[in-house]
Design a protein around this ligand. Structure first.
Ligand SMILES: [Cu+2]
Length: 291
């Protein structure tokens, strides 16, 4: 068991360190966002994100590393053993039944070893548990809008735009390209179901630390969920090329205690009460005479 744990730790570390050193990057990660030059996943704060990280670090990386090293060793051996000088009279062998069966069956076994746990992970991601809170998320060119339903203490909606570069205050924790004017706020330890759609073109909603990524498609309501176990601010970005400002529509979710959430709800109701609906339907224009 100790051996398995050691392998678990060493593989991601080894692979991460090698790539990271090559890229001149860092291994440390802050929850909620990526560090500059970081290699690997962001710190997971939901059970699903942890499961994704385990699947990647403990299963995929060791397999990928072993296959790469095996193929590299074969190549080096072939170059050394079968070059013209060491092997002047090549063998005329063209088939080897045992070898052919082996290189068909072994990859099938590897695929099964990967596929079976991936089905369990997919099921956990796709089966939505009962919600403590539902938030509707709408992607637009180029911002996100959040709608908190009335029957859950909300009854308001608001737009969330990127903070302009000249308003970024690093001393207040602002991060250019990630900070927004209005953050979505959710309580810690609660199952939050997101209903995700788009108002114009296809966007994609992703928060890496929550382990969620779901397309925002006009005319469709996609569902995903998360249960954040740690308070903090968690960032994401649109991850489907949606137009010229695709890179400038960050996602920011602040996870707070239940009390802080109730206080935010009360404030938000006042703050956003007067604001027009986030998802406004184009007003009907009177038909022009002669058209
Ligand atoms: Cu987008």
């Amino acid at each position: 068991m100790a051996g398995v744990m050691t392998v678990r730790r060493i593989f991601p570390w080894l692979c991460g360190a090698a790539v990271s050193l090559a890229a001149g990057g860092a291994l440390a990660t802050q929850p909620g966002r990526a560090d500059p030059g970081q290699i690997g996943f962001q710190t997971p704060v939901t059970p699903i994100a942890r499961e994704i990280l385990r699947f990647h670090d403990d299963l995929l990386m060791p397999i990928i590393t072993a296959i790469s090293l095996f193929v590299l060793a074969l190549l080096i051996y072939v170059i050394w053993r079968f070059n013209e000088r060491s092997n002047p009279t090549p063998s005329k062998t063209t088939h080897n039944t045992g070898l052919e069966i082996a290189w068909t069956v072994v990859p099938i076994i590897i695929l099964f070893v990967i596929a079976l746990p991936s089905f369990a992970l997919l099921t956990n991601e796709l089966v939505i548990p009962p919600a403590d809170l539902t938030v509707k998320v709408t992607g637009s060119q180029w911002h996100w809008s959040y709608e908190y339903p009335k029957d859950q203490g909300g009854g308001f909606s608001f737009d969330s735009f990127i903070k302009p570069e000249n308003e970024i205050k690093p001393q207040d924790g602002d991060i250019w390209l990630l900070s927004v004017d209005n953050e979505a706020v959710v309580p810690v330890g609660k199952t939050v179901v997101l209903q995700v759609t788009a108002a114009d073109v296809i966007h994609s909603f992703i928060i890496q630390s929550f382990g969620i990524r779901i397309d925002a498609v006009p005319g469709r309501l996609n569902e995903t969920y998360f249960k954040a176990e740690r308070e903090g601010i968690y960032y994401g970005q649109c991850s489907k090329l949606c137009g010229k400002d695709h890179a400038f529509m960050p996602i920011a979710f602040r996870v707070v205690s239940q009390d802080a959430y109730q206080a935010w709800l009360a404030d938000a109701k006042k703050k956003y009460a007067a604001a027009p609906s986030a998802v406004s339907v184009a007003a009907a224009q009177p038909a022009e005479v002669g058209d």
